[in-house]
Design a protein around this ligand. Structure first.
Ligand code: SDX
Length: 423
């Protein structure tokens, strides 16, 4: 049987053969379906892209029904167990796990790009003490574009590599500076003798530059695994923003600022913060029935539940639950975990959630770990943005090098007034 779709337009009786490629049709093949020569031709209408592929990609594979997530073919469970975040970042950007020498060079390049220009501190200083760290991060990532005009050479591979090292290297520094500003503490500069996660913990929590600080190895390792789990997730909202903004060919800092802004939303990366606020509001397991009732009455969402793609358990949530036990051995158990576990149990046995295939997603348990590690709630989305930077950059680069891609400019269905004249 041929890989085609036969479409009969009942308005005209005409028949069309539309080729099927990789389980999809080219939407532009619908334009030939017209009722007259002056007809624009058929469009496909898909608000929020529920059933539209915006690109071809070789980076991440998600099977939502089976609860499968793979980066460049490797199962997330194996990467989380056997790799470091920087090995995974290399894999996402370059397509293969690095050799020993490639990895050493990659770590060196990123480590030696963790510092930011002294003037960046003036941006951070300019924010109110209670500014949300994600607002500061969006702004300072965008500001970096003004320090590196060479970043506009997006079709020069060496320039792209340099910006990729800079963005992966500097986002933890920007994140830590935002936190230090919000608590009125002096900025702690990067320490090149620490690992990526250790360095971030040092910039966040080292009391002062003159005070020795040894990041807890268990917590640093747990954070590194959480970074792996959050590194990429195919065409999610913020990655779509990275690709869309990147498609008009600005520098990658401007595109990354847009992606960070998209991630900030409570329906996306901001959910980990909202989950903990929701659990704190619940306060005790006996309040769970009331919350479930409010959700079923459509009065609120169960934050950390549901997913556009996963209609099964998010494989990342499963791994995060395991990490929680390791972290709580060091930090002490987060009392909210009991509420979260009971909430999951109640929800997964309630037809409202079962019918809609709503399961815990990556954000349901991650906030509990971050809170136990001492991070303030408004930093949680920042902890999502840090690792997602490597995924955004991998997707941005793939878009730039894809000859089928061009500036993103969707069509619309116009339902407004026909021509009318100013009286
Ligand atoms: C991330 O895309 C990615 O890959 C994202 C991400 C990544 O790694 O980049 O995985 C990270 O963003 C995870 C999601 C974090 N967000 C939340 O936890 C916020 C709560 N979740 C919902 O807002 C929602 O589930 C979304 C946004 C995640 C998905 O929304 P969809 O796909 O548009 O689903 P929908 O809104 O069409 O919901 C289908 C039905 C609706 O009910 P009906 O109208 O059919 O009666 O399920 C209901 C929704 O009301 N529903 C929920 C719900 N999520 C969906 N009802 C209660 N609580 C929820 N959380």
């Amino acid at each position: 049987m041929p890989d085609t779709l036969t479409i009969k337009d009942n308005r005209t009786g005409k028949q069309y053969e539309i080729p099927i490629e990789s389980g999809a049709i080219h939407a532009t093949d619908l334009r030939q379906i017209k009722t007259s020569d002056s007809d624009f031709g058929l469009l496909s209408y898909d608000p929020a892209f529920l059933n539209t592929a915006s690109c071809k990609s070789k980076i991440t594979f998600v099977d939502g029904d089976a609860g499968i997530l793979r980066y460049r073919g490797y199962p997330i469970e194996e990467l989380a167990e056997k790799c470091t975040y920087l090995q995974v970042a290399y894999l996402l950007v370059h397509g293969e796990l690095p050799s020993k020498s490639e990895y050493e060079q990659w770590v060196h390049n990123i480590t030696y790009h963790t510092m930011v220009h002294e003037n960046v501190k003036k941006f951070v200083d300019g924010f109110h003490h209670d500014a949300h760290p994600m607002g500061m991060l969006v702004s300072t990532i965008a500001a970096l574009s003004t320090f590196y005009p060479d970043a506009k050479n997006i079709f020069d591979e060496k320039s792209r590599d340099l910006q990729i090292w800079r963005l992966i290297g500097k986002i933890p520094t920007l994140a830590a500076f935002a936190y230090r500003h919000s608590v009125g503490m002096a900025y702690i500069y990067p320490s090149n003798d620490l690992t990526y996660a250790e360095n971030f913990l040092s910039m966040m929590y080292r009391p002062s530059w003159t005070t020795k600080y040894e990041p807890n190895k268990t917590l640093a390792k747990a954070l590194d695994v959480l970074f792996i789990l959050h590194a990429d997730h195919e065409q999610n909202c913020s990655t779509n923003a990275m690709r869309t903004v990147g498609s008009s060919h600005p520098d990658p800092y401007s595109a990354a600022a847009a992606a960070t802004a998209a991630l900030y939303g409570p329906l996306h990366g901001g959910a980990n913060e909202e989950v903990v606020r929701m659990l704190e509001e619940i306060g005790s397991v006996d309040k769970i029935p009331e919350i479930i009732r409010q959700v079923k009455d459509g009065k609120r969402l169960l934050m950390g539940f549901g997913h556009r793609v996963y209609k099964n358990y998010d494989p990342r949530a499963r791994i995060i639950k395991k990490i929680a036990d390791q972290v709580f051995e060091v930090t002490g158990r987060n009392r909210l975990l009991d509420i979260a576990l009971e909430l999951e149990k109640v929800a997964l046995s309630d037809d409202y959630f079962v019918k809609r295939k709503l399961y815990p997603n990556v954000d349901f348990y991650s906030g509990l770990i971050y809170q136990a590690m001492g991070f303030p709630m408004d930093i949680f989305p920042v902890l999502f943005a840090i690792p997602r930077m490597s995924g955004w950059l991998a997707q941005w680069q793939e878009m730039l090098l894809d000859h089928e891609q061009k500036i993103s400019r969707p069509r619309q269905i116009y339902l407004g007034y026909p021509e009318r004249h100013v009286p």
